[in-house]
Design a protein around this ligand. Sequence first.
Ligand code: SF4
Ligand code: SF4
Length: 121
Amino acid sequence: MFLTGVLKGIQVTIENLFKRALTIRYPHQKIEAAERFRGEHSFDISKCKSCGLCERICPSRAIEMIEIKGKKYPKIDMGKCSFCGLCTEICPFGALKLTKNFSLASGNKKDFIKKPRKLKK
Ligand code: SF4
Ligand code: SF4
C-alpha cells in the first residue's frame, strides 16, 4: 500500500515535470485580465457633473464627494471598495469606469485613497 502510494507520487511528478507551468512569475510576468474584469477605477473629471449618485449607490460607503475648486467630485477608498461596479453603472455621464488593473497591492493605506485629481483618465 505504502509502496503503491510512493510509486503513484513519482508517476505524477514525472508526468508534470515536462508540462507547461500553469503559474506565472508575477509581478515580472503578467497576464491579461478577463474582458469583464472589474479592477481599479478610472475617472474623467471633465465628464463629472457632481451629481453624487455614485456616492449614494455605493454599498461599501467607499465614495465620498469632496470639494475641489467649488465643485464636488468622488474620492474613492479602494480599501473599502468591493468592485461591484454599481458606481460606474449609475454614473449618467460615463465619468467613472472600472479598468482591468488588478495590481493594487501596497503596504501604505494612503495608496488606496484615490482623490479625484489623482484618478487616472
Ligand atoms: S465599485 Fe462598488 S464598492 Fe467600489 S466604489 Fe463603486 S459602488 Fe462602491
Ligand atoms: S462620477 Fe458620475 S455619478 Fe459620480 S458625481 Fe460624477 S457624474 Fe455623478
